[in-house]
Design a protein around this ligand. Structure first.
Ligand SMILES: [Zn+2]
Length: 287
């Protein structure tokens, strides 16, 4: 282990000291800034340290994405620029979009994305926070409803090109931003929808025993990183997309029909949407 190094930077207004300790280990580098610690892996080829993700923590993956947005590797030639960049970003590491690495226009102290549509869509399919595990913990019934409905929609093969919309960017033939609903409405760019990898998921999990087993696995995980160690990345992307792309607020409820009681879900719409249906003539919406 090498001796800890402290770096200093001078800002225009006053002498600002940024202390970053870093240790170069055999396969990874550890950076410590205050209480924040980040690890990034590297491969050393011809005196070039080529960065690779360290998947142990979401924070390390975030650090990796922000760093590699500017520097894919360090060499003697770019070392000074790299250190300058590091000094600037490390005190505000959560101020950078976790997908594209650009600086956010709003203040953030957690992993976040910018407002770029492509980043928002990619975040729907990537493990960046504990979204999936937390969602299950908060609303297991809604989680179950959304996931089982998505699996059902995918296995109706002659209609899914229209019904499975929006489509996760991660599974498109090319990662393209398409206006949501457009492919369903006019069938345009239908070739973007690549169902091959989704079919692998459907063929396994459109099965009660496998599906229930998956829910048990999710319920037993504390973080999304734990979950990623237990399930395939494609499956994780699919689940997160299904949850994230749902734009309706659903609440589990019970419906009484005569003597019998059924499980149901209430959809909470915005005032504008509710008003559209508030006419003197009753309007029914069937699904
Ligand atoms: Zn972005």
């Amino acid at each position: 282990m090498e001796e800890l190094n402290t770096l200093h930077v001078e800002s225009k207004e006053h002498l600002k000291e940024v202390k970053i300790k870093f240790r170069v280990m055999e396969k990874h580098i550890i950076y410590q800034y205050g209480n924040d610690k980040f690890k990034i892996n590297y491969k050393l080829i011809n005196k070039e340290y080529i960065f690779q993700p360290n998947k142990k923590k979401m924070e390390y993956l975030h650090f990796y994405r922000v760093i590699t947005n500017k520097f894919k590797s360090i060499t003697m030639r770019n070392f000074k620029d790299y250190i300058d960049y590091l000094i600037n970003i490390i005190p505000n590491i959560y101020q950078y979009c976790t997908i594209c690495g650009t600086k956010l226009e709003y203040s953030s102290s957690v992993i976040n994305t910018c407002q770029n549509t492509k980043c928002i869509y990619e975040n729907e399919c990537n493990a960046t926070t504990n979204y999936v595990v937390q969602y299950y913990k908060n609303s297991p019934e809604i989680f179950d409803l959304l996931l089982s409905t998505a699996l059902f929609a995918l296995q109706v093969k002659d209609r899914r090109i229209y019904t499975f919309e929006p489509f996760p960017i991660e599974f498109m033939t090319t990662k393209t931003v398409v206006e949501r609903g457009k492919i369903s409405l006019d069938g345009s760019d239908a070739s973007l929808k690549d169902f091959a990898r989704l079919d692998t998921i459907v063929s396994k999990y459109f099965n009660e025993a496998e599906y229930n087993n998956l829910l048990v696995i999710i319920s037993e995980c504390l973080t999304d990183k734990d979950l990623l160690e237990k399930i395939d990345t494609n499956l994780y992307s699919f689940i997160k997309f299904v949850l994230k792309s749902n734009s309706t607020e659903l609440i589990p409820t019970t419906i009484n029909i005569g003597e019998s009681e059924m499980d149901g879900y209430k959809i909470i719409h915005s005032r504008e949407t509710e008003d559209r249906f508030r006419t003197t003539v009753n309007t029914f919406l069937f699904h």
